[in-house]
Design a protein around this ligand. Sequence first.
Ligand SMILES: Cc1cc2nc3c(=O)[nH]c(=O)nc-3n(C[C@H](O)[C@H](O)[C@H](O)COP(=O)(O)OP(=O)(O)OC[C@H]3O[C@@H](n4cnc5c(N)ncnc54)[C@H](O)[C@@H]3O)c2cc1C
Length: 397
Amino acid sequence: MTMTNTDVEAGADPGLVFSAEEEAYRARVRAFLAEKLPEGWTSMFASDEAFAQSLEVTKALADEGMLIRHWDPEVGGAGDSIWMQTVAQEEFFAAGEPRGGQYMNVNWIGPAILHYGTEEQKQRLLPPIMRGEVTWAQLFSEPEAGSDLANVQTTAFQQPDGTFLINGSKIWTSYGHLSQTGFLLARSTPGSRRSEGLTVFIIDMEQPGIERREIVTSLGSNRIAEEFFTDVVVQPDAVLGEVGNGWSVAMTALGFERSGSARYARSTRVLGYLERLPEAGDPVVQHELPHLWALGRAAELMNYRVVALKDEGVTPTWEASAARVFNALYEQRVGDLAERMLGSRARVKPVSAEDQGQAEIASLVTSQASSVTVTAGTWEIQLGIIAQRLLGMERAR
Ligand SMILES: Cc1cc2nc3c(=O)[nH]c(=O)nc-3n(C[C@H](O)[C@H](O)[C@H](O)COP(=O)(O)OP(=O)(O)OC[C@H]3O[C@@H](n4cnc5c(N)ncnc54)[C@H](O)[C@@H]3O)c2cc1C
């Protein structure tokens, strides 16, 4: 891809300018996933076995040299360009993100450790990520700190011997109960307010004092959990970056996720299944389909704009929010169309692995589309950012 953000604004069609090398890599990832994913696979939340299957596929990706290709060659990667990462990301999302929780490790946790970690932390923490054999938990959200993340209340008090004592709770953690390692944001300066006095700790999730409970929701098996920390002792070498600088460590770490969210790739695949059903002959559906294809293209282009900005070294603000809003809208409209076309059948998981289309439709309707406006920052928060940063509206008091 040679496109710049200016090209996107001028209406260039970036789908036509992916390089031959990028398209060849896309084909390679697609073929690899088609071969390695078990029959009937939709996503890692589809069943109890699916999480284990996702671990197997991730290990295979590591063995094939595809897991951390975007990392620098000095640390085992191939130094893939941001557009190459985008191509791979689209294929992973279209296939139901088989890397599961390890998506976070390779996209931003590993790079954050490379950036902030001590030599000892790098030696200890990176090899399991590179081999595709560790699930991490992002321990940010709390009962009173979701959209308002700076309100984190979990405490980490330093003892006279230098160790930290962690107390508090986290919630809505993806794979929290299945993870081995946690990326925890906690308040290390007693009495500090908002984003000051926070520290990021890398913790062993299986140590004493951590109670983990799966939160059962309609989103599917093994999805999210809550964790309770009671006098959990962590050593000083658990601190990532500087003590008290956790907010900027966490925000910079998230910024290492470069290729944006390619959720549209999944919605587009499901829309393709819907278009091939007999019910698509209905005139109302015929009228709606082109609108949805256009919306999908808009979501894709909004994501490309974010990628292009990052490629130019510019940090996106409202552009990232707009991409998320378009992605969410697209996903929910595709789910909505499926329900209107199929009624309650849209929610039925097929018994036979042969009906892959129906399985993916049901997965989108029952799971992905229902959480897309909450996860990683709610719809309302994204709209607020667009209102302030793009439209120049004042923040409501
Ligand atoms: C599937 C899923 C996976 C998740 N995985 C993780 C994870 O791995 N790690 C992690 O740390 N967290 C995770 N989360 C948590 C997620 O980040 C939070 O749910 C999200 O940030 C919203 O926070 P909240 O649930 O506390 O809702 P709240 O912040 O309490 O929001 C409640 C409602 O109020 C609205 N609202 C809040 N503030 C404003 C405002 N200023 N203006 C307008 N409206 C507002 C919100 O939009 C929402 O509708 C996950 C959530 C989901 C659904």
